[in-house]
Design a protein around this ligand. Structure first.
Ligand SMILES: C[S@@+](CC[C@H](N)C(=O)[O-])C[C@H]1O[C@@H](n2cnc3c(N)ncnc32)[C@H](O)[C@@H]1O
Length: 230
């Protein structure tokens, strides 16, 4: 029977309810705690979860986790954690990690607003933010707003790098403006990734679900990498 007619919404290989049920069972998907609580893994990801001290990279607003999964494959000497609140999206990357036996990737289903409940100061070495919502009318909700940068300061090593990749000119210019106002250190700035840096493998060989949609629409992809220290 047509599943749409039967009342279920199909999402690729599994429907939404099936994805939620399965993602809740995956041992490498860590579920959120109450907003007020600290997670038991805080400060202990190396000793209790990964069992070694390799540096940790977060992919924020990871969606289906393309950066987490593909960076984990490229860099076996590092650990990767995709963070998003939506379980059915996380399921896609989590499933791929299981099927391909990728051992250095985890997913955290939580609000990015509460990162300090999950990580202690300096526990994270790098952050990727691919195609986060631009929140055109609510700048404070943007993941590069001063509010969020202050959250990252509580978990990121002082020299840690933040990578923003976006199709949104508004979010890109806003981020460059925040960087300028806070006198932060820009490591790399690429206004048009596919025109100006086609050889930049990490930027062009990994494409997220949203990026593919934006590219189909002919949008320009922007990138900036920066540090929270001046
Ligand atoms: C536009 S989608 C991009 C997903 C993915 N990065 C991609 O490029 O395909 C934005 C994602 O951010 C997540 N998100 C937005 N705000 C969030 C927050 N405060 N905490 C956790 N996840 C958030 C949403 O659930 C959604 O999956």
């Amino acid at each position: 029977m047509d599943q749409a007619k039967a009342g279920t919404v199909t999402m690729g290989k599994k429907n939404k309810t099936g994805r939620i049920a399965e993602v809740n069972q995956f041992p490498h998907v860590i579920q959120y705690v109450d907003f007020e609580d600290e997670h038991e893994l805080k400060g202990k990801w190396a000793s209790e979860e990964f069992n070694h001290e390799n540096p940790i990279t977060l992919e924020l607003a990871c969606g289906k986790g393309e950066y987490s999964v593909n960076l984990a494959k490229k860099f076996p000497g590092r650990n990767f954690i995709g963070v998003d609140i939506k379980g059915p999206r996380i399921w896609v990357g989590a499933k791929e990690a299981v099927e391909q036996n990728i051992t250095n990737v985890r997913f955290l289903r939580a609000f990015i607003d509460h990162l300090e409940n999950y990580f202690s100061k300096g526990e994270v070495e790098e952050i990727w933010i691919p195609f986060s919502d631009p929140y055109l009318k609510k700048p404070k909700k943007r993941l590069t707003s001063p509010k969020f940068l202050n959250i990252y300061r509580k978990v990121l090593k002082p020299w840690g790098t933040i990578h923003l990749k976006t199709d949104s000119k508004v979010l890109y210019n806003y981020t460059l403006d925040v960087i300028k106002r806070e006198d932060l250190n820009v490591i790399t700035r690429i206004d048009d990734v596919y025109r100006d840096a086609p050889e930049h493998e990490l930027l062009t060989s990994i494409q997220t679900y949203y990026e593919k949609m934006h590219l189909k629409e002919g949008k320009t992809i922007h990138y900036v990498a920066f540090q929270l220290t001046p």
